[in-house]
Design a protein around this ligand. Structure first.
Ligand code: FAD
Length: 452
């Protein structure tokens, strides 16, 4: 990292959430010399990787007064990225089965192994001593009476229910974005008699034994869950909005799993009609349709909004110009390799807050955001895809790295991400257990030897 030329200013910073984003943000901010408090409403670190059998009482998770179950992880979940690629850069996600028998040695491990890795990270960098567990943030708002920049945070310890009101110099929002379900619109649904649910509340296939289930969605969860349920269900039908109208394909290797175009409408007699003309009688419709960004605690008087799933305005997906650098977000981009990106976003925030890394003026940040919005519009990309990155993530991460004086994303990581994506599409059944990127794995382990 480049030597600092200006004196480092230390600030009192609140981080909301102790998932993969909040943990690395806490480490980076403390490394930079800031004093940090992490608010975490659960009992332990790990965020969405803390698997629980519990689900929300409302299977669609639309009731705003419901008690939220944070995790969206299902029992059979294995990661969709190899561990080498997925881990933080300076704390590699290596096989630790030699240390404990309870660890999962596989390259593409189960959810429990990711949680164990995040717990290892928290231990290694003594993050837990900064965390206030079982403490929910209820409100984050500019502390007008305290002068510009400061933030008032209202929180409550879950047990005691007494509210605490504190002032911080800066807030870093790391609350995750797989909690607030997005639902598909289905003509006729209000009088359809079957059961509807969101994949947020899916855990195990057994409740679907001998049932006819329709899943809506084209992404990883629809793919995984449909195969999981097909083991016990009578029939599984997957409806995808981006599938051509005449799509009707039987999944190879299955006698009871079909891909369809989107649902045309549903009827009072329990039937579901697809755009391809097929009509079937259905017990359950499961929305595997993703999530909405949601910051129920954040009060900015309209300066930061979520509009059709665009969080904005945000400079480089991190700083809202109106409040920069005193309010920031880690973890907004999706279709990315999250952990190493969180690490770079956190380093950037830490360095900007201390005054070591300069930010452009508010006007220039707004100009940059407007250019991005115009480019997306010109390319016909809908607002809700503003934060989707895919291949562009590497350019973004490299830009962050340049701001922080860090090396760019390793070539092997990029290639591994792309290769895994291709293999996943070509061999969805086997890509987690068979691979041919041994060259990339050995390059990764050469790099990891730097961090032993
Ligand atoms: P989270 O892990 O959701 O953590 C947010 C934390 O904030 C939680 O602990 C929560 O309790 C806390 N919080 C929220 N609101 C408040 C509040 N008001 N007060 C106090 N605390 C609060 N990524 C991969 O790299 N590989 C994968 O294979 C992969 N598979 C996935 C599968 C599923 C089903 C899902 C849902 C996600 C998957 N991801 C995967 C992405 C995953 O979300 C990221 O890897 C990462 O864990 C997100 O971390 P986060 O810290 O942003 O959010």
């Amino acid at each position: 990292m480049a030597p600092s030329l200006s004196p480092i200013r230390s600030h009192h910073v609140a981080i909301i959430g102790a998932g993969a984003a909040g943990l690395v943000a806490a480490r980076e901010l403390r490394r930079e010399g800031h004093s940090v408090v992490v608010f975490e409403r659960q009992k332990q670190v790990g965020g969405t990787w803390i698997y629980t059998d519990h689900t929300e009482p409302d299977p669609l998770s639309v009731d705003p007064t419901r008690s939220v179950v944070h995790s969206s992880v299902y029992g059979s979940l294995r990661t969709n990225l190899p561990r080498e690629c997925m881990g933080y850069r300076d704390f590699p996600f290596v096989d630790r089965s030699g240390v404990s028998e309870s660890r999962d040695p596989r390259r593409i491990p189960s959810h429990g192994e990711v949680l164990a890795y995040l717990q290892d990270f928290a231990k290694e960098f003594a993050v837990e001593e900064m965390v206030r567990f079982e403490t929910s943030v209820l409100k984050v708002a500019p502390a007008a009476d305290e002068g510009t920049g400061k933030w008032r945070i209202e929180s409550t310890a879950n047990e005691k229910r007494d509210r605490r009101d504190e002032i911080y110099d800066a807030v870093v929002v790391c609350n995750g974005h797989y909690i607030e379900p997005r639902l598909a619109e289905i003509p006729g649904i209000s009088s359809w008699p079957g059961k509807e649910m969101h994949s947020h509340n899916y855990r195990v296939p057994e409740p679907f034994k001998d049932q006819v289930v329709v899943l809506i969605g084209n992404s990883a969860s629809a793919d995984d869950i449909s195969r999981d349920i097909a083991r016990v269900a009578k029939e599984v039908h997957v409806a995808g909005r981006s599938n051509a109208a005449d799509t009707f394909i039987k999944r190879s290797g299955y006698s009871n799993l079909w891909m369809h175009s989107m649902i045309e409408r549903v009827h009072e007699d329990g039937s579901v009609l697809f755009q391809n003309g097929k009509m079937i009688s259905v017990d359950v419709i499961m929305h595997c349709t993703g999530y909405k960004y949601h910051f129920p605690f954040l009060e900015t008087n309209g300066s930061v909004t979520v509009d059709d799933n665009r969080v904005g305005p945000l400079y480089k997906d991190v700083f809202p110009p109106a409040f920069a650098p005193w309010l920031s977000f880690v973890g907004i981009p999706w279709k990315v390799v999250p952990f190493p990106m969180f690490e770079l976003q956190s380093k950037w925030i830490a360095g900007v807050l201390s005054g070591r890394i300069p930010l452009p003026s508010k006007e220039d940040m707004m100009k940059d955001i407007k250019t991005l919005y115009s480019t997306l519009e010109a390319e016909g990309i809908a607002k809700r895809y503003t934060h989707q990155m895919g291949i562009t993530q590497f350019e973004y991460s490299n830009w962050l790295a340049s701001q922080c004086g860090c090396p760019e994303t390793e070539e092997w990581r990029k290639e591994m991400y792309l290769t895994t994506g291709m293999r996943k599409r070509a061999y969805p059944e086997t890509y987690r257990d068979e691979w041919d990127d041994h060259r990339l794995v050995s390059q990764a382990y050469q790099d990891f030897s730097l961090y032993k």
